[in-house]
Design a protein around this ligand. Structure first.
Ligand code: PMP
Length: 437
């Protein structure tokens, strides 16, 4: 497959845009470098690049595109919004409509506020939790990504119960000292951290179903215990549902049927983004009334935004949820997900290349290893070189995956059985080739 135009554009991009990309995850650095593919058209489950090559897309823009690219219902909503003016700086009725839809689907949120990205949503939940509790420390989980604000770009220190070290230059140690990172799915590690810092902890922040070191479910009873322990110390539970909201069913991970009791795992605050904007920039956070009333203009915690709640993003979000609400949506995603999972597992066995496939509904992750992946350490302990080869072999057969072994594959409502069959054939050929090399 030739990609000369992409290579040309990458050269130009490098001259004008730092690293040639506007988000580092788009670079091919983690899969051996070189020019990323420059796409110029997307429709349904497909992408076309600037050289005219077609791809089946499993990136789904890192999650938001759950109804496929350029879905007619969403496109129409955006057109209408554009014709009526894209930005008012005043409240609109549309915002109430989307807020109501979110609240109905995720009842732990009495009040909602719209922002422009997942990063902003998470960042603000932390501020609100600090304002509400009067405490400063945050406990988070290794490998969970919560956007690029200072506090959450902090990695674990040298042990499970140490203060954090900055994950990025430009973050003061004084900020990193406010963050404790513990391993996911290990309740004792959380217990230890709370025993030591519980009285100073404003919140425990978690992806209730992980999407950032592959797809990982919490162990049975883990979220229940996490909520109970956190509250014992008077800290708040924050769920980062930026990936998980509306991903596995019409609601959040917190209301997903796989958990026996929605009440026992209910968070105090929830951050969202991605899907709820139907492909336009959005974020939202919400929670119990008495906690959300910390936020300006009612309370002392300040948060604002010129673009927040803009009619285009809100209209796209409403339209996307309307599509998702149709009967059969998640059954379709689950059915295709199961097919893909079984196909990849069979191909891995046939080729003799060990793989672990984690799948939840229409989201899955493929790890090159012969052990389960239930936490970040296990996800790191997988063969990155094999993943890089797999990624490129798939790309050259017209299958677009995320260029990182930690990212998930996302199915959309527009993928068909034929698309999945083609993908499985490509995986068989790719894995055979890896085994041959
Ligand atoms: N939280 C989670 C769980 C995410 O996966 C992401 C982005 N991948 C974010 C927050 C940040 O969202 P955004 O990129 O919209 O700022």
């Amino acid at each position: 497959m030739k990609r000369e135009q992409s290579e040309q554009l990458y050269k130009q991009a490098l001259e004008h845009i730092v690293g040639g990309v506007n988000s580092p995850s788009r670079s091919f650095k983690a899969v051996g470098g070189g020019a990323p593919v420059f796409m110029n058209k997307a429709k349904g489950a497909y992408f076309w690049d600037v050289d005219g090559n077609q791809y089946i897309d499993y990136l789904a823009a890192y999650g938001p595109i759950i109804t496929g690219h350029a879905h007619p219902h969403i496109t129409k909503a955006i057109q209408t919004a554009a014709e009526n003016g894209t930005l008012y700086g005043t409240p609109t009725e549309l915002e109430i409509t989307l807020a109501k839809m979110l609240k109905q689907a995720i009842p732990s949120m009495d009040k909602v506020r719209f922002v422009n990205s997942g990063t902003e949503a998470v960042m603000t939940t932390i501020r609100v939790a600090r304002a509400y509790t009067g405490r400063t420390k945050i406990i988070k989980f290794a490998g969970c990504y919560h956007g690029h604000s200072d506090l959450v770009l902090v990695a674990a220190g040298s042990g499970p119960s140490t203060l954090g070290i900055p994950d990025s230059a430009g973050i003061p140690n004084t900020i990193a000292q406010e963050v404790i990172t513990v391993p996911f799915n290990d309740i004792n590690a959380l217990k230890q951290a709370l025993e030591r810092w519980g009285e100073e902890t404003a919140a425990v922040m978690i992806e209730p179903i992980v999407g950032n070191f592959g797809m990982v479910m919490p162990r049975e009873g883990y979220l229940e215990q996490l909520c109970q322990l956190t509250r014992q110390y008077g800290a708040l539970v924050i769920y980062d549902e930026v990936i998980s909201a509306f991903r596995f069913h019409y609601g959040g991970a917190q209301t997903y049927g796989a958990f026996p009791s929605a009440e026992a795992i209910e968070p105090d605050l929830t951050a969202m983004g991605k899907i709820i904007g139907g492909g336009l920039p959005i974020g939202a956070y919400g929670g119990r009334k008495h906690i959300m009333e910390q936020v300006a203009p009612l309370g002392p915690a300040y948060q604002a935004g010129t673009m927040a709640g803009n009619p285009a993003s809100i209209s796209a979000g409403i339209a996307c949820l309307e599509v998702l609400k149709q009967p059969g949506t998640y059954e379709h995603l689950d059915r295709l997900g199961a097919m893909l999972e079984a196909g990849i597992e069979a191909a891995s066995k046939l080729a003799g290349i060990p793989m672990t496939v984690n799948r939840i509904c229409g989201a899955l992750s493929t790890h090159f290893c012969d052990h389960p992946v239930t936490n970040y350490e296990e996800a790191k302990d997988t063969d990155g070189e094999q993943f890089a080869q797999f990624f490129r072999l798939m790309l050259n057969q017209g299958i677009n995956l995320a260029p990182s072994k930690f990212e998930a594959w996302f199915l959309t409502t527009e993928h068909t059985v034929q698309d999945v069959e083609r993908t499985i054939h490509a995986a068989e050929a790719s894995l055979k080739e890896i085994a041959r090399r």
